[in-house]
Design a protein around this ligand. Structure first.
Ligand code: NAD
Length: 427
């Protein structure tokens, strides 16, 4: 994983650089993370023993504002991976025109092996270790894989204790009672829905004629499936880590969610009251889901799902990336040669960081917004930036991923030049 993500940085940058003219200084600056911190975190375990954990925080570029990015708990977290994810965050914030740079953090561990108390001590220990590297005006944390609102609450509390002041804006994705924002939990899915509806609305094909397959039925995938089904799209297949289901006539998503919550497994069902009846469906593997003949495929689970190995088997016409990095650069090239349209993660899943920005604004002003206000502001920004990326792609005859990177590069390049480069001083 780290290797392909590293290659990804060079690949995405050089693709975009063919279509935008920015200063050499800016390009050179964007090739390297601004600061990378590696820490060892001592944790007293429940049995009294001491265990050391390796943690990271990378601030990739802060030209456009304080850096912003999630904290990931996963056994495969490495410094290289965190650097690549921080690079993506830099571009995601620039594409959405948020006044933030990009960052990421992580701890190498299997969170399922720790008790809740051990997890709390570790999360607080991480903040002890990186407290001088972060802050509401410096670097702002958020949840990522295997971290959640509860963990964000512990981190914010620890940071406030160290600083001897209330500092809610150092972390977003907090519980509502600790200064979290309304609708942060559904923001990624809502943003993805708005990106899909904006782009698909440009074509004559109606939602009820449009079939959709979604890999991943978690926070992002399940909420997005609900939104799409409500808008009339025909969601014919979904999957989780156990595998997937397919029903040609379309799945009843609310019933499916109800069944999955009650039984922890997936079946195509129709529920009335408390009774669920199984509807005819096929059980499929995740690999089969990716290869279904559908209009829209939505990877919303893991990275590196569509690669040089399976890209030639993809039959979907459109792919909207909700997961971070679900398609490798090699997979991307094969899909492009076969005419599959890909709309990239740095646009499609940016609803989460956008509402995180709203949370930061609310924390700093002390004025909290109603849910409708959050949704309306998210809609305005998401639709506007999607329209801009789409227009740029048409204007320059390039794919949407390259267009999104070009847009991010333009904004980053202008900001770096405005701070003063060699060209600026010589001209
Ligand atoms: P989640 O943990 O809530 O859900 C992940 C889902 O993927 C689960 O249903 C899980 O069963 C499924 N899954 C795991 N392995 C799988 C496999 N091999 N095949 C199919 N499904 C599998 O996570 P989430 O918050 O929904 O995030 C999903 C993706 O979206 C991640 O890549 C994440 O980085 C990205 N993302 C999420 C957010 C957010 O705010 N939630 C923001 C930006 C990006």
């Amino acid at each position: 994983m780290p290797t392909s993500l590293q290659n990804d940085i060079g690949d995405r940058l050089s693709q975009a650089l063919q279509h935008v003219s920015i200063s050499e200084d800016a390009i050179e600056q964007l090739r390297y993370p601004k600061a990378s911190l590696t820490v060892s975190i001592p944790v007293r375990m429940d049995d009294g023993s001491l265990r050391m954990f390796q943690g990271y925080r990378v601030r990739y570029d802060d030209t456009r504002g304080p850096t912003k990015g999630g904290v990931r708990y996963h056994p495969r977290v490495t410094l290289e991976e965190v650097q690549s994810l921080a690079f993506w965050m830099t571009f995601k914030c620039a594409v959405m025109d948020l006044p933030f740079g990009g960052a990421k953090g992580g701890i190498a561990l299997d969170p399922k092996e720790l008790s809740k108390l051990e997890l709390e001590r570790l999360s607080r220990g991480y903040i002890d270790a990186i407290a001088d590297f972060i802050g509401p005006d410096v670097d702002i944390l958020a949840p990522d894989m295997y971290t959640n609102a509860t963990i964000m609450g512990w981190m914010m509390d620890r940071y406030s204790t160290i600083r001897r002041q209330h500092a809610p804006a150092v972390v977003t994705g907090k519980p509502l009672t600790l200064g979290g924002s309304q609708r942060r939990d559904t923001a990624t899915a809502m943003g993805a829905y708005l990106a899909i509806a904006t782009i698909m609305g440009k074509f004559s094909q109606k939602p009820n004629q449009t079939t959709v397959a979604i890999q991943g039925f978690g926070n992002a995938g399940a909420v997005l499936a609900t939104e799409l089904a409500q808008a009339g799209y025909k969601v014919v297949a979904v999957s989780d880590s156990q595998g997937g289901i397919y029903a040609k006539q379309g799945l009843n998503i609310p019933s499916l969610r109800q069944y999955k919550e009650a039984n922890r497994s997936m079946k195509a069902v129709y529920c009335q009251g408390s009774v669920c009846n199984v509807v005819e469906h096929e059980v499929i593997s995740n690999e089969e889901l990716l290869q279904l003949d559908v209009d829209i495929l939505i990877p919303a689970a893991l990275g590196n799902q569509i690669t040089g190995e399976n890209a030639h088997k993809i039959r979907a016409k459109w792919i909207f990336e909700v997961a971070n990095g679900p398609i490798t650069p090699h997979g991307d090239r094969i899909l492009a040669s076969r005419g599959v349209q890909v709309v990239p993660d740095i646009l499609v899943n940016a609803g989460g960081v956008t509402v995180s920005y709203f949370e930061w604004l609310q924390n700093r002003s002390g004025l909290y917004w109603r849910g409708e206000e959050v949704s309306q502001r998210l809609q305005e920004r998401m639709v506007h930036e999607t329209e801009c990326v789409w227009s740029l792609a048409q204007e320059k005859d390039i794919d949407c991923r390259t267009a999104a990177y070009v847009r991010g590069l333009q904004r980053l390049g202008e900001a770096i030049v405005a701070k003063g480069t060699r060209d600026y001083y010589l001209s």
